[in-house]
Design a protein around this ligand. Structure first.
Ligand code: TYD
Ligand code: ZN
Length: 407
């Protein structure tokens, strides 16, 4: 039993994925010994409705000067963040004389560069120093630190209050949600907005996309849990917008309580979440059973292909795949290597199972019988790029929302 990270009530995990390594901890063979593992176990708090993992490695073990995640590798994501930036400008900034936009976990500047290009006063806050440096080289003002109340006060002193604070795939990483919320409250102007998006619990439950659960994702949010958590610091959920990114995300808009009208979309989503059972512990027992069934089906397939001597190669060394690979027991016997376009991952091995990661050339020069789509959230973009492989008879395997071979 542990205390809920949001409300402090006693909670207990409803399942365990077993011992897991750092999801983005790609490593060289001389680092295999001493690899860090922790128990990945999710819990649901019946009191405040927050879905969370009960143990998370130290932040410094995940976000450091060798962090392997660069947002700008996908064209689709670049377009997504341009749309995000445009929407913020149109809805909240256009009538302001000198708006100031802050982004938490701004990565390589994929979103803020849209503000930088228009000459808007902006600041990125990015703890991983290597990624922050790339952002600065892209002309995006960035400081390298962890965001919380202390950092927020310093930023407000130096730059003034923020018209908008943005975050994408970041809020769900930060265990001390109250410290961040207090920071947002301290930095945000009275008429400001806090807009963030993260993988959405409703999609994860509906699609059994359990691979959203890994060390970095300490929370998987719903409108019910976000509303409760931020209300504790005087922030009100005023709008919600579903997104297709990361296999199904939600964009939440919050504002100081009472400062703006609440959109009917918020109440509608609360209703929908209740009808999905996201507020009931029993739903998560069903989810556990779905995870086990998904694992069994995937391993039955991969064992059969291995026994038949088929070549299977992974596509996309995603953070998510660390959970899939290690929970299911996928080994280099099943998957020869994983193709990935991120230079810092290439030539290394995946966390835990130690499957080699190779550049895309290795895939195109020696196409396998089956490509296992670890980057299933980019399926559309990848299918468009891999027509040659597919037209030549190459098969794909996915496991979200269900295990299947296509075409
Ligand atoms: P991402 O979607 O960010 O997922 P996660 O948050 O789980 O890491 O990661 C996508 C990974 O897939 C990234 O390492 C880049 C790689 N990738 C390719 O190798 N080829 C592609 O065409 C695409 C779209 C991604
Ligand atoms: Zn709670």
């Amino acid at each position: 039993m542990v205390a809920c990270r949001v409300c402090g009530e006693d909670i207990r995990p409803f399942m365990s994925f077993g011992q897991m390594p750092i999801a983005n901890g790609f490593l060289k063979p001389d680092e295999f010994e001493g690899e860090y593992f922790f128990e990945l176990a999710p819990a649901f708090c019946d009191s405040c409705k927050m879905f969370q993992i009960i143990e998370q490695p130290e932040a410094q073990a995940m976000f450091h000067e060798n962090y392997a995640f660069f947002s700008s590798t996908s064209k689709f994501m670049q377009a997504h963040f341009k749309e995000f930036a445009d929407q913020i400008t149109e809805a909240f900034l256009h009538d302001q004389a000198s708006p100031f936009v802050v982004e938490l976990g701004s990565n390589d500047g994929i979103m803020l560069r849209n503000f930088a290009a228009g000459g808007t006063h902006h600041l990125g806050v990015e703890p991983s120093a290597n990624v922050a440096e790339v952002a600065r080289q892209n002309g995006v003002d960035t400081i390298s630190t962890f965001f919380g109340e202390a950092a927020a006060k310093e930023i407000a002193d130096q730059h003034g209050k923020a018209s908008a604070i943005l975050a994408a795939n970041v809020m769900c990483h930060i265990p001390n949600i109250h410290d961040v919320a207090r920071g947002v409250r301290a930095l945000l102007a009275d008429n400001g907005v806090f807009v963030f998006e993260d993988p959405y619990l409703g999609d994860m439950i509906e699609k059994t996309s359990y691979d959203q659960i890994y060390d970095e994702h300490v929370f998987i949010f719903s409108a019910l849990s976000v509303s409760d958590a931020f209300a504790r610091q005087g922030l009100e959920l005023i709008d919600v917008q579903p997104q297709t990114t990361h296999g199904g995300s939600m964009r939440y808009t919050l504002a100081p309580r009472g400062s703006r009208t609440v959109s009917p979309a918020v109440t509608a989503l609360f209703e929908k979440e209740r009808s999905l059972g996201l507020h009931r512990p029993g739903t998560y027992d069903g989810f556990r059973e779905n995870c086990e069934a998904s694992r069994d089906q995937l391993m039955t397939l991969l064992n059969r292909l291995r026994d038949d001597g088929k070549r299977v190669v992974g596509y996309g060394a995603t953070s998510k795949s660390t959970t899939t690979i290690n929970y299911c027991g996928i080994s280099p016997d099943h998957v020869e290597f994983i193709s990935d376009t991120t230079p810092i991952k290439q030539g290394k091995s995946t966390p835990g199972a130690h499957i080699p990661v190779k550049p895309h050339d290795a895939f195109s020069q020696s196409p396998p019988d089956y490509a296992l789509l670890f980057a299933w959230n980019h399926q559309r973009e990848i299918m468009a790029n891999e027509l040659e492989y597919t037209d030549a008879g190459g098969k794909w395997i996915t496991y979200v929302p269900k295990v299947e071979i296509f075409p």
